[in-house]
Ligand binder design. Structure first.
Ligand code: BGC
Length: 526
């Protein structure tokens, strides 16, 4: 594989410890955090395609859709800024909340932040479930967003601090798996509630968000805080005892000392935000900014938020639309398992590159299908069965590609390349960029579909080409490298070497693995 260079993991520490029951419970809690995020991603699309919901809160959209006012142009019939605001407002709230959450997480601990996340989400679910007018809907969304902001900031931090370093990668992807389970649960609920005769199905869909919230709150309340957080707050003895328990061994001195030192070091840094801007951290800064940006510009959330609306737009009936989005939800969830089982074997780069190529091919097929049938005036005439099948299959293959590449890797890679001193600042950049562009896609998608028509899919495919080249040229393989050794990979990479090697530093020996089938070892002087 060209450009795939891995630095030897020489001299890395091997802290003793196993995957104890306590750490396993940590996984479940992380899963709960992902569930609330996923539930929300999945629920809004189905709800905004329910006629009773539109009739009550967005009558203008309802009239346009049901009564076909405004002509037969299918591309524009759902286009309403107020409707998109319903979906996207949550991500704006989550973005702002995550800044506050980073302070709460640092000063009061991860656990408090998780409990707060669950509680805010619960309030949002109740307000939305009882909504009488549009204002209540937006207020509910704001609370839900704050919940997601707190959960997404604290859960991954909690997880990576509790996990033994050997299992960090797999645990990180469990977070993504739980996001997809949340999306799938929401799709399923929408499928059934949309059939309710009393016209209140949307209330159940929105109100049932309380279930993952309550599970998350109870789970978080039962969990201890992390040793790192206890050390940070001066509770050293308690922290050491906690570390012994979660690692399941008596001698945790080496890891404990490292945690104390890391805490001392990170306290010395007064301005991690300024530090991450320095030349030395350029590769990390580029990746924590561009990976979440590109993740959203794959166009995946177009399908996650608006699958039922989109399926309706391209000619499916109400039921068929919800059914199709249920199918994409299942594909998303199952395909994430593929990445969990392959990422540590085949590496990150190959998944990124394969996923990119697969997404591109699917986007071309979707563009051709929609273009042929709908043209530029958005008037399809009769839609045959074979056409519907091809579109659904192409969308499923696209979703699978995302689910084993940019989905989980979009969270894994930024979190594993950041050195401790800029980890929290870098992670905040990652979360913020992700939320900004999630908001952007949610807000402008319907408008874009109306303006760009079938060209919408070309728009995203151009980004897919760009991101695939970006990974091919710039991202070194990070598989099997301990986080503490990660700084070395930039020194061996032709594009990043000049940024990270100190001009006054003497050349050092860097051992590299050239990535071939049977991993050949070779030594180079840099
Ligand atoms: C992304 C979400 C997306 C989800 C789909 C996550 O990694 O951050 O924006 O909706 O994957 O499974």
């Amino acid at each position: 594989m060209a450009g795939g260079i891995v630095i030897a993991a020489s001299g890395n520490k091997g802290y003793p410890g196993k995957l104890t029951c306590k750490v396993f419970v940590t996984c479940i809690v992380a899963a709960m955090g992902g569930l609330i995020f996923g539930y929300d991603i999945g629920i809004s699309g189905g709800v905004t395609s329910m006629p009773q919901f539109l009739k009550k809160f967005f009558p203008d959209v309802y009239r346009k859709e049901e009564l076909n006012i405004g002509g037969t142009n299918q591309y524009c019939k759902f286009n309403s800024q107020k409707l998109t605001m319903f979906t996207s407002s949550l991500y704006l709230a989550a973005l702002v909340a995550s800044w506050f959450a980073s302070i709460v997480t640092r000063v009061f601990g991860r656990k408090i932040s998780m409990v707060l996340g669950g509680s805010l989400f619960l309030v949002g679910a109740i307000v939305n479930g009882l909504a009488k007018n549009r204002l209540m809907l937006y207020i509910g969304r704001a609370f839900l967003g704050c919940g997601v902001g707190f959960a997404n900031q604290s859960v991954p931090v909690y997880l990576s601090e509790m996990a033994p370093y050997k299992y960090r990668g797999a645990l990180n992807m469990v977070f993504q798996l739980s996001i997809t389970i949340g999306i799938l649960a929401a799709n399923l609920i929408n499928y059934f509630t949309s059939k309710m005769k009393n016209g209140n199905g949307w209330r159940y869909s929105l109100g049932l968000a309380a279930v993952p919230a309550v599970i998350f709150i109870i789970g978080s309340l039962c969990l201890p805080d992390t040793p790192n957080s206890l050390i940070e707050r001066g509770r050293q003895e308690e922290a050491k005892e906690r570390l012994r328990k979660i690692r399941g061994v008596e001698n945790v001195d080496e890891e404990f000392d490292d945690l104390v030192n890391a805490s001392i070091e990170s306290k010395k840094i007064k301005h991690p935000w300024a530090k991450i801007l320095s030349r030395k951290y350029r590769p990390q800064l580029i990746f924590v900014t561009f990976i979440p940006f590109f993740q959203q510009l794959t166009g995946m959330n177009v399908f996650m938020f608006y699958a039922p609306v989109l399926f309706k737009t391209i000619g499916f009936g109400n039921n068929a639309s919800l059914m199709s989005s249920l199918i994409t939800g299942i594909v998303n969830c199952v395909s994430t398992l593929v990445s969990i089982f392959t990422v540590d074997r085949f590496g990150r780069r190959i998944l990124f590159l394969e996923g990119g190529v697969q997404m591109f091919i699917c986007q071309v097929i979707i563009t051709i299908c929609v273009g042929i049938k709908f043209g530029v005036d958005g008037n399809p005439g009769v839609l045959e069965n074979w056409y519907a099948m091809v579109v659904v299959i192409a969308i499923c293959v696209y979703v699978a590609a995302f689910a084993w590449s940019w989905g989980p890797l979009g969270w894994l890679v930024p979190s594993e390349i950041l050195p401790l001193e800029v980890r929290s600042a870098g992670q905040s950049v990652n979360v913020s960029v992700n939320m900004i562009f999630t908001f952007f896609i949610a807000q402008v998608f319907l408008e874009m579909m109306c303006k760009l028509k079938f060209g919408l899919f070309i728009f995203f495919s151009v980004f897919v080409v760009a991101m695939t080249i970006f990974i091919y040229v710039l991202l070194p393989e990070t598989k099997g490298i301990p986080i503490e050794e990660m700084a070395e990979i930039w020194k061996a990479h032709p594009c990043w070497r000049k940024f990270v090697v100190d001009r006054n530093e003497k050349p050092t020996n860097v051992t590299t693995y050239e990535m071939t089938e049977d991993v050949k070892v070779e030594t180079k002087e840099v």
